[in-house]
Design a protein around this ligand. Structure first.
Ligand code: GCO
Length: 257
């Protein structure tokens, strides 16, 4: 619990986190649960999702699961209707689902491009268009989009990922522009370099590891639990007048040339 300060208390709220069977999504879900929220985990692999849910339940958290492909509109429509009927009103939506398909642009296949754009950007539109009308009707809702330092900068072989995350930054602002008047707050979190399944090959590459530690003013990779504070803030009453903002949790990377 966040020191029992009502500003950061999520008790009684239901949080759906997409792509939360591992990595950043699982860490954010755990943090929102520890701040009092009831969790709905999402992923495509039902086995991985069930294992993640069991882990969090073992930590004393309230957890349901919703296995669906966030890139498919019909699946999202069915899943969100079921969650709202069986679990309750979604008060917090974290659009976190994301993949990496690294390739130099000139060698990138159409599939590599489309898969990343669909999963990392379009999915936020697909899922949110099912959740937002319900939040608007209730005149309350928190939406957090997992952006990236690659919403601002890029490195070779990540053109598809950076385009998606740059688009997600602007979709965050578009959602805020249209829905703030309905008392919805829509913001983003922009992680720097954290060890996840997506970045493990990079962290295990000594040359890349040395480069990132030199490029990041904090001189190290982030720890997944270091993303939780920004998520709890953006999911809580503490951020009721914050809209369209991306909070970069990057060890100072974007501050430095
Ligand atoms: C890469 C990494 C990055 C990180 C993260 C940084 O290939 O450089 O995968 O894209 O995943 O997005 O915020």
């Amino acid at each position: 619990m966040a020191g029992n300060n009502p500003l950061f208390d999520l008790t009684g709220r239901i949080a759906l986190v997409t792509g939360s069977s591992q990595g950043i999504g699982l860490a954010l879900a755990r943090g929102l649960g520890q701040a009092g929220a009831s969790l709905v985990l999402n992923g495509r692999d039902e086995g991985k999702l069930a294992a993640a849910a069991d882990r969090l339940r073992g930590e004393g958290l309230r957890v349901s699961t919703a296995a669906f492909d966030v890139t498919q509109g019909a699946a999202a429509e069915q899943a969100i209707a079921r969650v709202e009927a069986e679990v309750g009103p979604i008060g917090i939506l974290v659009n976190n689902a994301g993949i990496q398909r690294r390739s130099p642009l000139e060698e990138m296949s159409e599939t590599q491009w489309r898969e990343v754009i669909e999963t990392n950007l379009t999915s936020a539109f697909i899922v949110t268009r099912q959740v937002a009308p319900r939040m608007i009707a209730r005149r309350a809702g928190k939406i957090i989009n997992t952006c990236s330092v690659m919403s601002e900068v890029c490195r070779p072989t990540t053109g598809n990922y950076a385009a998606a995350k740059g688009g997600l930054k602007m979709l965050t602002r578009a959602m805020a522009t249209e829905w703030a008047r309905h008392n919805l707050q829509i913001n983003g979190i922009g992680p720097g370099y954290f060890e996840t399944e997506l970045t493990k090959p990079l962290m295990e590459n000594p040359k890349f590891n040395d480069w990132i530690c030199a490029r990041t003013p904090a001189g190290r990779w982030g720890k997944l639990e270091e993303l939780v504070g920004a998520a709890v803030f953006l999911a809580s009453p503490a951020s009721n007048y914050v809209n369209g903002q991306i909070i970069y949790v990057d060890g100072g990377l974007l501050a430095a040339i």
